[in-house]
Structures are given as structure tokens and as C-alpha cells.
Write a protein that binds this ligand. Structure first.
Ligand code: MG
Length: 381
């Protein structure tokens, strides 16, 4: 079980729930990082007494240094600060809850420092799964997924031998616009897109859930985490979000993991694994449960999912380009500067226009990420 935590992305939804889980479990939080919300970070730091806090934004870091001048908490900044928080000697589990590809280098640094990674940053595996997974194998760093679907698959595979897995059944609710076609979604607002029927999440991932890009990113994430090919993963739309994913074994048996849709559960398990301990969350009630329904995804209506699956097959820098373009597009959409349907256009055109590098190095991945962002800013902003 984990003894001390470093939480990268402490002001986001997963970061805050990770801190709550640590407090419930009585685990010290020794490092925190955030992009710039220093009011919340100050409050967290005064409550948790971490050794180290890093703020990505240099100016915000300066302000926090002044605000916490009466404490002995060290304050760092920039990518260097994130990496220091990810590798702090006192931490043995690093929660990577930052949003976007900024999580890539700190995660790799934590792997090299043999930390347990409670992985909540999809982009790390989407962009660099081919580098991250072998590196973790080499150093022996454990990667425990926090994403509910991947946690479910991880739980279904506990105690199984590698050769017993036939296929992964990756479930998704279909988001708030399930069944609607492109022409009906032309005028969707950010406020409508972030209103997820089952899960309460940050704005970026909520928009990704609406477009089903999130399921696409999870598809790629699952490939790397569990070492399977795209043909061995099937996406299943399951609107009630009670089953969080399933695995089919070679003999045809299907194992599912069920629970209330609360990220607190996979977060706690990532910290306590291989132990399970009591949790404060609501329990599943089978007497209150109504139908559990399933359907195949409609790729015509979810082009982002189709694009992600195509990029998964293409490999190389294709998933990274798609993900980075999507990240910028979603930020523009949330700022009312881009239409909802154009999110797909940004990602698809970036993949189409930017040269894809096979078996990329980390530098080539970071360059592809930057090229995709520049492409969207130039053509869509
Ligand atoms: Mg998920």
C-alpha cells in the first residue's frame, strides 16, 4: 500500500478527490502541483503541510511564494517544478492528474524514480505509450490506472495470466448527445456539452465525453496499458455507467466490474492496491437499479471516436497529433471561439496535414504535439 503521495494537478477534479482519498486513508500528501489556481493551492497547502509545491505558471508561483512565506514549504515553478514534485524522495505514489500533454515528462520522471503512478493523465499513454510502458517495465514502476474504465479492466484482470485475455470490452455512456447527428449538434454550447448525465468531471474531459473523443483516447490508453492490439478492444455503449468495463477471457467468460459512477473508488484503489479498504462512497443498490442496456457505437454520429480508433491503428505520432489538436480545439470551444462540430474538424485536419512519424522519440512526440497545437491555432483560432 502507498505511504505518501505527490498530487500533480491538485486543483482539478481528480486532484481534489485524490486529496480527499488521502485524507480518508490517513496518507500524508508531500507534494502538490497546479497550473495557477493559487488560492485553492494555498488552502490545500495550509491544511496538508506538503514539503514541496510547484506552480507551473511562473508569475502565479511568485505570488504563492509570498502567500506561503510564513511556512517552510518549498515552492517551485515550471516544468522543472512539476518534475521535482514527481520525483520527490518522500513520495512513493504520484497521482498524475494534470490535464493534457504537460503530464508526459513528469510521468516519465516519476517512472524513472520508480514511483507508483496513479495514472489519471490520458495524454501520457495516448502520446507516448510506446515509450512509457517499456520504461515502466524496465524500472519496475507500477502503473495503476485511475480512469474508471481502465481501473475496471485492471480489476477484472487481477490474478489472471496474460494469455487468458481474449478481448477488452470498453464501455462508455455515449455522453449527453447520444444518438444525435452532426447537423443537430451545430449550435451546441459549452454549457450543454459539459453537462454529463452520469459523471461529474472537469470541463475538458466532459466535452471529450460529449464528442466521444474521450472513449477514443481511452481506446488508445487501453491498448498500451494492457498490451493489446486495436482489434482486441470493442467499444460498448452502456448509457447507465454501472458497468465500468469488462474483459472477455479465452474460454468465453466475461468478467465485469460494477459500481456507482464515482471517481473516488478507482482513485482509492490506485492508492491501496493490492489491498482493499473501507470507503465512504455510496453503494450500488440492485433493488433500485433499472435496466442495464448496451448498444454498438454509431461511428457516423461519433466521428471523433472513429478518428481515434483509426489513429490507434496508424500508430506513431498520429494519436499525439489528434490528441493535441483536440486539446486546443476543446479550449477554443469552451471559450466560445469555435463551434462544437469543428472540434472534430480540427483533430481530423491536423492528423491529415501533419506528417506522421513512425516509432517516434520523445522529442519527436513533443514536436508533433507542438505542431498540432500550432496547426489548430493557425487555421481555426
Ligand atoms: Mg473514463
Amino acid at each position: 500500500m502507498t505511504r505518501a503521495l505527490s498530487v500533480l494537478g491538485c486543483t482539478g477534479s481528480i486532484g481534489r478527490q485524490s486529496i480527499a482519498a488521502a485524507e480518508h486513508l490517513g496518507l500524508p500528501v508531500v507534494a502538490l502541483t497546479a497550473q495557477r489556481k493559487i488560492d485553492l493551492v494555498e488552502e490545500q497547502a495550509r491544511r496538508l503541510h506538503p514539503k514541496y509545491v510547484a506552480i507551473y505558471d511562473e508569475n502565479a508561483a511568485k505570488q504563492l511564494r509570498i502567500a506561503l512565506a510564513d511556512t517552510d514549504i518549498r515552492i517551485g515553478s515550471g516544468m522543472e517544478g512539476l518534475i521535482e514534485a514527481a520525483t520527490l524522495e518522500e513520495a512513493d505514489c504520484v497521482v498524475t492528474a494534470v490535464s493534457g500533454s504537460v503530464g508526459l515528462r513528469p510521468t516519465l520522471a516519476a517512472i524513472d524514480a520508480k514511483k507508483r503512478i496513479a495514472l489519471a493523465n490520458k495524454e501520457t499513454l495516448v502520446c507516448a505509450g510506446e515509450i512509457v510502458m517499456p520504461r515502466a517495465e524496465l524500472t519496475g514502476a507500477e502503473i495503476i490506472p485511475v480512469d474508471s474504465e481502465h481501473s475496471a479492466i485492471f480489476q477484472c484482470l487481477m490474478g489472471r495470466k496474460k494469455g487468458e485475455l481474449k478481448k477488452i470490452l470498453l464501455t462508455g455512456s455515449g455522453g449527453p448527445f447520444r444518438g444525435r447527428c452532426r447537423s443537430e449538434l451545430e449550435n451546441v454550447t459549452p454549457e450543454e456539452a459539459v453537462r454529463h448525465p452520469n459523471w461529474s468531471m472537469g470541463a475538458k474531459i466532459s466535452v471529450d465525453s460529449a464528442t466521444m473523443m474521450n472513449k477514443g483516447l481511452e481506446f488508445i490508453e487501453a491498448m498500451h496499458l494492457f498490451g493489446v492490439s486495436p482489434d482486441d478492444i470493442e467499444v460498448v455503449v452502456h448509457p447507465q455507467s454501472v458497468i465500468h468495463s469488462m474483459v472477455e477471457l479465452v474460454d468465453g467468460t466475461v468478467i465485469a466490474q460494477l459500481g456507482v459512477p464515482d471517481m473516488g473508488l478507482p482513485i482509492q484503489l490506485a492508492m491501496t492496491y493490492p489491498e482493499r479498504v473501507d470507503s465512504p462512497f455510496r453503494r450500488l443498490s440492485f433493488s433500485e437499479m433499472r435496466d442495464l442496456t448496451f448498444e454498438a457505437p454509431d461511428f457516423e454520429k461519433t466521428p471523433c471516436l472513429k478518428l481515434a480508433m483509426d489513429c490507434a491503428r496508424e500508430g506513431g505520432t498520429a494519436p499525439c497529433i489528434m490528441s493535441a489538436a483536440n486539446e486546443v480545439a476543446v479550449a477554443l470551444f469552451l471559450g466560445h471561439r469555435l463551434g462544437y462540430n469543428q472540434i472534430y474538424d480540427c483533430a481530423a485536419q491536423a492528423v491529415e496535414s501533419i506528417e506522421i512519424v513512425k516509432s517516434p522519440t520523445l522529442d519527436e512526440i513533443l514536436a508533433a504535439d507542438e505542431a498540432a497545437r500550432a496547426f489548430v491555432r493557425e487555421h481555426f483560432a
